[in-house]
Design a protein around this ligand. Structure first.
Ligand SMILES: NC(=O)c1ccc[n+]([C@@H]2O[C@H](COP(=O)([O-])OP(=O)(O)OC[C@H]3O[C@@H](n4cnc5c(N)ncnc54)[C@H](OP(=O)(O)O)[C@@H]3O)[C@@H](O)[C@H]2O)c1
Length: 382
């Protein structure tokens, strides 16, 4: 059921909001590293790390460092004015807008003057995001909607079109990820169904809901938050990557049909981002990852420039390696498969999802190899 959310106002008692009222709202899990109870005792930083930090601080405080920071601020200001020109008063739908990348995008778009329409399942989290947007002077409308439920998608599209008339930009961001090797998935067909249901069919349903008015108005931009995994094919992500690849493939085909109607598609092959989505996989605590702010900047770049693809260099190298040297690529990926274990939960055993990671990153050769691998292939989720 689609529910309209108003900040600080109780949502209408629909089927979904009644259900979520019965169930206690789960707090957003923070990465384990931030947890006082589960984090391993802090070890003294090696002298080399301390020296690098000191040198970095000295450079930042120097005139050159300050000039660099000022130049960066100017670039950001320029970007934000370009963003304003692009989105002011436009209707932008962001799905999965109550957390992580989606929430950051919604805040940035609203700050740039867009009318932001937020969708996610949990009314309370949506209301919190609306409050944040309103506090910074922006305009937002939120609707509780389960995008893995096609009837809910249809109701959402109708509600948005009835209220706002059209959608200028659709950001298909809501998604779910599963990290489990194929051998542990033989009796878990539903993993593949549920990733397809949300990451492909739900997103596609919204495209089908909003594209007709985009085509009629000869104006529209559909941005899909895909994954670097589609380019790099990491092991253990077959369900997730297949569902993201399905939407990418659809969009590339549809884009050529819509090109002369000024309706554009952008695929963002997002690298690893430190959000609640990856928090349960404690292995990633030691991996380099983008902040949600940096990830949202990639999305804003897509909004401004409307490229066909936004990807990191490593993602593109991964795709190239697969195309040109598939055998070598498979060998490297197999090494990664052997190096990074399935979590106990993924193996169907009891235990914390990242238990193995917490133990192994204590400083043995395997841990060092993992660290090296994750640094070299920075941004890929293994
Ligand atoms: N984090 C990464 O490393 C990473 C890397 C590459 C790509 N991505 C992609 O980036 C997107 C955003 O991920 P994130 O890391 O920002 O995740 P996140 O912080 O966990 O946020 C997910 C958002 O989606 C909503 N959502 C989940 N299931 C939904 C459903 N069935 N219907 C409607 N909304 C739903 C959640 O709200 P409710 O739970 O209240 O519904 C929440 O607002 C995803 O598509 C993900 O695959 C993430």
């Amino acid at each position: 059921m689609v529910t309209t959310i108003k900040a600080k106002v109780e949502p209408a008692p629909t089927k979904r909001s009644r259900a979520s009222a019965k169930a206690p709202v789960k707090p957003v899990r923070k990465p384990a590293a931030a947890s006082a109870t589960s984090a391993p005792p802090k070890r003294a930083r090696p002298a080399a790390v301390r020296t690098v930090k000191q040198v970095t601080r000295l450079m930042q405080d120097s005139p050159v460092g300050k000039a660099g920071a000022a130049a960066q601020a100017m670039v950001r200001a320029g970007k934000s004015s370009r963003l304003s020109q692009e989105v002011r008063n436009k209707v932008v739908v962001v799905t999965g807008a109550s957390s992580g990348i989606g929430e950051d995008c919604a805040l940035k778009l609203a700050a740039a003057g867009a009318v932001v329409v937020l969708a996610a399942r949990t009314p309370q989290k949506l209301a919190e995001t609306v409050t944040k947007i309103e506090q910074q002077g922006g305009r937002a409308f939120a609707y509780a909607c389960d995008i893995s439920d096609l009837a809910d998608c249809d109701r959402f599209c109708k509600t948005v079109l009835d209220k706002h008339g059209h959608v200028d930009i659709l950001i298909n961001n809501a998604g779910r990820s599963i990290r489990r090797s194929v051998k542990h998935s033989f009796d878990r067909f539903h993993d593949f169904e549920r990733t397809m249901q949300l990451n492909f069919f739900g997103a596609l349903r919204l495209i089908f809901g909003f594209a007709p008015t985009m085509l009629a108005r000869k104006q529209g931009h559909i941005i899909n938050i895909s994954s670097i995994g589609v380019l790099a094919s990491p092991p253990r992500f077959s369900a997730y990557v297949a569902s993201k690849a399905a939407l990418d493939a659809f969009s590339w085909c549809a884009a050529s049909e819509f090109a002369d109607s000024n309706v554009r598609f952008t695929t963002i092959n997002m690298p690893l981002v430190r959000t609640p989505m990856i928090a349960p996989t404690r292995l990633y605590d030691a991996f380099p990852a983008l902040s949600p702010d940096a990830a949202a900047e990639l999305v804003m770049k897509a909004v401004i420039e409307k490229p066909k693809r936004v990807a990191t260099g490593l993602g593109l190298v991964g795709a190239l390696a697969q195309a040109l040297t598939p055998g070598i690529s498979e060998f490297v990926l197999n090494q990664a498969f052997r190096l990074f274990p399935d979590s106990l939960a993924a193996q169907g055993k009891n235990g914390e999802t990242g238990e193995t990671a917490a133990q192994d990153l204590a400083g043995n050769p395997v841990a060092l190899a993992r660290k090296l691998f994750s640094q070299v292939f920075s941004g890929v989720h293994w």
